[in-house]
Design a protein around this ligand. Sequence first.
Ligand SMILES: *[C@@H]1O[C@H](CO)[C@@H](O)[C@H](O)[C@H]1NC(C)=O
Ligand SMILES: *[C@@H]1O[C@H](CO)[C@@H](O)[C@H](O)[C@H]1NC(C)=O
Ligand SMILES: *[C@@H]1O[C@H](CO)[C@@H](O)[C@H](O)[C@H]1NC(C)=O
Length: 828
Amino acid sequence: MTKRMGYRDWRWHALWWHHFFLLWSTTDGQTRYTIPEELKQGSVVGNLAKDLGLGLSEVFDRKLHVASEAGKQYFSVDAGKGELVVNERIDREALCGQSASCVLPLQVVIEDPLQLHKIEVEIRDINDNSPSFLTNNLSLKIAESAAVGTRFPLESALDPDVGSNSLKSYTFSKNECFSLKIKEMEGGRSVPEIVLDRPLDREKKPIHNLLLTALDGGNPVRSGTSQITITVLDINDNFPVFDENVYKVTLDEKSIKGAVIARPKATDADEGSNGEIEYSFGVRTPDSVLSLFEINSLTGEIILKGDLDYETTSSYDIDITAKDKGSPEMEGHCRVQVDVVDYNDNAPEIVITSQPKSVREDAARGTVVALISARDLDSGDNGKVTLQLPKGSPFSLKPSFSNNYALVTSGALDRESLTEYNVEITATDSGSPPLSSKKTIPVTITDVNDNPPIFTQPSYNVYLKENGLPGSILYSVSASDLDLGENAKISYSISDSKVQGVSVSSYVYINSDNGSIYSMHSFDYEKLKVFQIQVQAKDQGSPSLSSNATVHVFILDQNDNAPIVIYPSSAVLGSLSHQRMPRSAKAGHLVTKVTAVDADSGHNAWISYKLAEATDASLFTVNLYTGEVRTKRAVSEQDDSSQRLLIEIKDDGEPVQSATVTVSVLLEDGLHEPILDLRQKTVEPSKKSGRITLYLILSLASVSVLCLVTFLILTVKCIRNSRSSGSCCMRRSDCDDYKNPNRNLQIQLNTDGPIKYVEVLGGDMLSQSQSFRSCMSPMSEYSDFTFVKPSSTTDFKEMISVLDASLPDSTWTFESQQVRTNLSVLFS
Ligand SMILES: *[C@@H]1O[C@H](CO)[C@@H](O)[C@H](O)[C@H]1NC(C)=O
Ligand SMILES: *[C@@H]1O[C@H](CO)[C@@H](O)[C@H](O)[C@H]1NC(C)=O
Ligand SMILES: *[C@@H]1O[C@H](CO)[C@@H](O)[C@H](O)[C@H]1NC(C)=O
């Protein structure tokens, strides 16, 4: 600008000097006008004619005019008035630039004579220019980190006006961060500068818009503005900030993998990469967390990738770091607190703290068998365990401290019914749904000698043939014991008792190991019919237990005795017996009666008589059963007077035993007295026997009536009882069987000559004296007849047959089809 000014000066000086030397005749009078610039065309500058001393006519005549200049012709002379007027717009700034004074030298020429007048027109400045900036919007970029006090030079404004109209000051729009300072430069120039007053914060205000106004000193003041846009450049001065410091998350233990459990969100106030956030777990995150969770580095979502286990870890503290990508990078932190909610995923467990002990079967209630404890890894209700035993178990659980229990006995134990109890304990927790588990505790019961040996039968009946071999096995009893080992080891023995005054041990002995009973004698039925042995079975327990059984030994008769003839008696066996009879005897005359006895019993003693040989077989006959020898026909004169009869007597045994007797009969004439005697004698016993027979009839009739009555009573009772409880009759008979095992009925026929008496034995076989009569008297004894063992029935029948045989013309009917024996005796 300075240069330009200089150039203009020079031009104008040169022009001036040219006129000066050329127009040497110019008058020296100096005329000067002052006008403001920018006058309208035609504006009067001054009265030139007057100032030059010319008349108006001269002005026209002498052609007063302004010498033409190179370039523009700013002025001209008004020929009429002689006034100098503005010819063209005059811009002072264009003519004189910034120079303080601006004078235009003019040559006024008057012709005829040529005269040159030098005049000056000073152009006064007016404030016609506003200050202006080269660029009216200016962009500045200032780092956020710029220090307070830093200055940023701005462009100066320009005002072509001069003096007071030139640029005077600057103003600045109000801003909290920046202020304006004017820096005075050499040469009086001033440069506006903005100064940073306060630290910048891009995050608060990224762009500052300032308006710089330049003012001049004119009146009115003119101004120019420049828009200054300050862009604050971001620096990474903000760390990412999480919405919350701690995120609390409650997670179900059964949460599925892949679930997003938390979304911590961080924001960074910075921009660009300074505000780009990357999420990660904290540096010191333990492996347990890393194995379970993962984090999405872009979104910050925390994802469950493993299985939670409340029992291992019930809560996690996860440190999360959010890092921006600035340089240096900045980070923010937060914590995710994960609380796992227990799920009932653990079944309770039963632990045996002390191994079960075996228990004696007689253990008192409350005996401790085992110690157990229950546990459940879950917590709260899920871990609350209750134990249960099956109903009816002879054990119970006694709780001790916390979850410990003692398994104790609470009921009776019996090894014989159950050797080992498998006590099943059920543990259930209180979760929802509840879980349970079972444990079986084997409890062995040890044996106690609480069972005595038991015989297979309370009593045994043994039927033994007489004349057996000594040392043979008579019977084998056996007993069993429910206990175990020594407690069940049985030894047999025979209790000492007397049989016919002799210790029983001299009759039999027992194998103590297996209960086989051996005879030491051969028995003779005729001497000993029945005896009993008391057998004891004893176990080896401590204390030992024992039980008894009775073995009834019935000796069975063998036909080992031949019949013995007792009448006609003879001192010497086989010798003749003489009988006399009158010749006048008619047919059917009883000659004599042969009587024999047999020591055996039953069939073995069932004697029959037979005429084996006779002098005249047509004369005599022998009654098969009675042995009566009678005449068949009347004796004739021709009959030999001496008759000899051989009578054979046989029993019904097997093999048959027999005996013979020889009777010699003398037929005499006129023999009366002896016969009468004989008759009388024979009548007497028959009378007697008739009476006895009557008694017998009465007795048997009584028995029959009694039996009938008993039967009726029992029937009535049975009908009553059976309404309430099934079969009383059978039970009663069973009871009888036990109560009176030895009851038996024996009818003994004594045949001492003609029938004298019949003995009916009943009741206990030992008390053989207990007779038939005793059965009849008290009513309580009726049972004697109500029960007859089927085995003995045959014997009984035999007896009856014997009786039958001995009682001619009589019929016995015996019915024993029912247990309740209906004994009816028909006698005619
Ligand atoms: C600044 O001025 C120029 C030229 O006048 C214009 O093109 C531009 O859009 C302006 N910028 C702003 C930010 O005002
Ligand atoms: C008992 O033992 C004896 C001798 O060893 C033997 O002869 C007998 O047959 C046994 N009895 C039984 C019932 O086993
Ligand atoms: C068995 O018999 C013996 C001898 O007679 C007696 O001492 C014992 O008490 C009886 N035992 C039982 C259980 O009846």
